[in-house]
Design a protein around this ligand. Structure first.
Ligand SMILES: Nc1nc2c(ncn2[C@@H]2O[C@H](COP(=O)(O)OP(=O)(O)O)[C@@H](O)[C@H]2O)c(=O)[nH]1
Ligand SMILES: [Mg+2]
Length: 156
């Protein structure tokens, strides 16, 4: 039986920067796509925001994570702090979960709200603020995921 490659699953609201982030992690510089379905990249799974909008979609998200994910990134958006996760949401996953604060270049006053949101959904610090427009925080996040990504390179 072939070896199952475990990927980094990226979860967040529509518009929070998931596709931009997976492209940065995969070092892909093509154009952005609006995604209806989960998109499997070299290291990543890009999960459409619709999976978070309906509680009945959660079971699909959870089983996809169980089957394919070795690490989960849960995104909050510093430019839009609308609550989208239920309390404790992150605790349903069995693999490690890391909190990412996207669009860290926008609305710095929202940083503490983002940190509180991640804590409320059950994600432990450290959290990773990332701005892809200013190119900050992405190397720190990749370093955090590096061991996982090197292993994945060897798999290919
Ligand atoms: N200011 C800012 N905009 C970003 C950042 N990352 C992504 N965006 C923009 O946010 C929008 C939504 O990004 P996208 O990756 O499509 O989000 P998705 O719907 O979660 O996949 C796009 O216009 C991106 O250019 C960032 O770090 N800072
Ligand atoms: Mg997308």
């Amino acid at each position: 039986m072939s070896h199952v490659r475990r990927k980094i699953m990226v979860i967040g609201a529509g518009g929070s920067g998931k596709t931009s982030l997976v492209n940065a992690i995969n070092d892909y510089h093509g154009r952005l796509r609006k995604t209806q379905d989960m998109i499997f990249g070299k290291y990543t799974i890009d999960v459409p925001g619709s999976y978070l909008e309906n509680p009945w979609m959660y079971k699909h998200l959870i089983s996809a994570a169980q089957n394919n994910a070795g690490h989960i990134l849960i995104l909050v958006d510093q430019s839009n702090v609308t609550e989208i996760y239920s309390p404790g949401f992150a605790r349903v996953f069995r693999c490690p979960v890391t909190g990412v604060i996207m669009k860290a270049d926008l609305h710095p006053e929202n940083r503490p709200i983002c940190e509180r949101q991640l804590k409320n959904i059950g994600v432990e610090p450290p959290y990773f603020p990332v701005s892809l427009t200013e190119n900050t925080g992405i190397e720190e996040l990749k370093d955090h995921l590096r061991e996982f990504m090197i292993e994945r390179d060897k798999d290919q």
